[in-house]
Design a binder for this molecule. Structure first.
Ligand SMILES: [Zn+2]
Length: 316
């Protein structure tokens, strides 16, 4: 039996936004890591799709988010094969039926400009998770590569509370360390790091240190282990076995129920061998099955994401 997979991060929409000729339902030569056909091959039941404005956009207008959602509706969720997941009913229908699911997330809240009406509009259009920054600073917070390394602004802290009230989950991947702890202090809901690994195993700034991992575990958030080779192994030559070291490490800190995956497919231009696109999850499953019990493998592959969504997605 093919295992179920839930993947917590991909940048398909970014590629579709930049290149209108790409086809999510096309062949594997389509220039996308994640395609519908590959989701089927790996039995990816739910794929998170990030809205991420490319760096070339220096004046971020809210309209760009609407354009992304329009692309998502026309090119991904166009004919019922992929169902947008906005509530628990959508999630359960997807898990128990033939459809696959897509959860919209936002990576970089730059174009919200602290406007609660914009935030509510995104919520109404289906956005259920938000990473406040990409790598740099915006009106709300500093990202992990911003030299200033500040936390959340006053407006940014208000924004966290507004997300809490709407039931939007916050994503700490890309946040500065100070912003991570501001989020921890301010948020009421558990939060996640949708695509970050363990810093103790690979010392990249995008990875989480032990205290951050412990905090996410303590609050029952989720950590999406990511396939970005340079977040897996600093010296290069990352393999699937190296990826598993991050899982081992987080489990050793007590995170067996919090570890999940966030591939970052279509957001990377180098790949771990044999984990080069969304159709190759079976290779990862094979490696996991040698090391972990059936129940653990299922937790990492889908059940940990599933239980979080089941608990925090709106009922209707
Ligand atoms: Zn990212």
């Amino acid at each position: 039996m093919t295992r179920i997979v839930i993947d917590g991060h991909c940048d398909v929409l970014y590629k579709l936004f930049e290149n209108r000729a790409l086809d999510f339902y096309g062949t594997s030569l389509s220039g996308l890591d994640v395609t519908y056909e590959r989701m089927c091959r790996s039995n990816i039941k739910v794929q998170f799709f990030a809205i991420y404005l490319p760096e070339r956009i220096t004046v971020p207008h809210f309209d760009y988010y609407l354009e992304y959602i329009s692309i998502f509706n026309r090119k991904v969720a166009s004919d019922g094969r992929i169902r947008p997941i906005k509530n628990r009913g959508d999630l359960e229908a997807v898990m128990n039926g033939k459809q696959r699911g897509a959860l919209l997330t936002l990576e970089g809240a730059d174009a919200l400009h602290g406007n609660p009406l914009y935030l509510r509009t995104l919520y109404e259009l289906g956005v259920r998770m938000i990473g406040t920054t990409w790598n740099y600073a915006n009106w709300a917070a500093d990202g992990i590569l911003e030299p200033r390394q500040a936390g959340f602004s006053r407006k940014g802290k208000t924004f966290i509370k507004e997300c809490d009230e709407l039931g939007i989950l916050m994503d700490a991947s890309h946040l500065s360390v100070a912003a991570f702890w501001d989020l921890a202090d301010t948020a009421r809901l558990p939060f996640v790091a949708s695509h970050s690994n363990a810093k103790a195993i690979c010392g990249h700034p995008r990875n989480l240190d032990d205290s951050q991992i412990r905090e996410i575990i303590r609050r029952d958030g989720r950590i999406g282990i990511t396939f970005v080779p340079w977040f897996v192994k600093s010296q290069g030559g990352a393999t699937i076995d190296d990826l598993l070291k991050h899982i081992d490490y987080i489990c050793a800190l007590g995170g067996e129920r919090q570890v999940a995956f966030g591939s970052d497919f279509d957001g990377i231009d180098r790949w771990i061998p044999q984990l080069e696109h969304a159709g190759q999850f079976p290779r990862l499953v094979e490696a996991l099955a040698k090391r972990y019990s059936d129940e653990q493998v299922n937790r990492f592959l889908y059940a940990n994401w599933h239980s979080l969504l089941q608990a925090y997605l709106p009922v209707h």
